[in-house]
Design a protein around this ligand. Structure first.
Ligand SMILES: [Cu+2]
Length: 141
């Protein structure tokens, strides 16, 4: 009887040891996973911080003159500061037309990422009188 008891307790001791080992492995893999997630997040944050964002204003019926020099890869955030809705679109150097969202209501912004050097035409689908030409020259000093 005694013998059986000691066998049983040895088996449960071994079982506990195994459980402990598995738990340790689990904790270690969770740590490795967390570390790699953090590393990826940090890399993404650094990448986001490296992008330049310029601000453009679309007031009542025109794009306000801007004083930045856009380069390829920059972001341009255009805010509608007027009290009417606009629908901005951009004509690319090759004739392609890109509409920025559907409509920019008063106070809303739209973001455009400058794809490459060239001359871009900013217009509004609702108000054909609105237009602005933007030259992108990444090698400019
Ligand atoms: Cu408009």
């Amino acid at each position: 009887m005694n013998r059986m008891n000691s066998k049983t307790s040895l088996a449960s001791f071994n079982h506990l040891q195994n459980l402990r080992r598995q738990l340790l492995m689990l904790v270690m893999s969770v740590c490795v996973m967390l570390a790699s997630i953090l590393a990826v997040q940090q890399a993404q944050a650094e990448q986001a911080a490296a992008v330049t964002t310029h601000k453009m204003i679309l007031s009542h019926h025109e794009f306000e003159p801007w004083d930045f020099e856009p380069k390829a890869g920059d972001r341009i955030e255009i805010t509608n500061t007027s009290d009417i809705a606009h629908s901005i679109y951009i004509t690319y150097p090759d004739g392609k037309v890109v509409t920025l969202g559907d409509v920019q209501l008063p106070g809303q912004s739209a973001v455009w990422e400058v794809p490459a050097d060239g001359e871009y035409l900013f217009k509004c689908w609702i108000h054909p009188i609105i237009n602005a030409k933007m030259k992108v020259l990444s090698d400019a000093p």
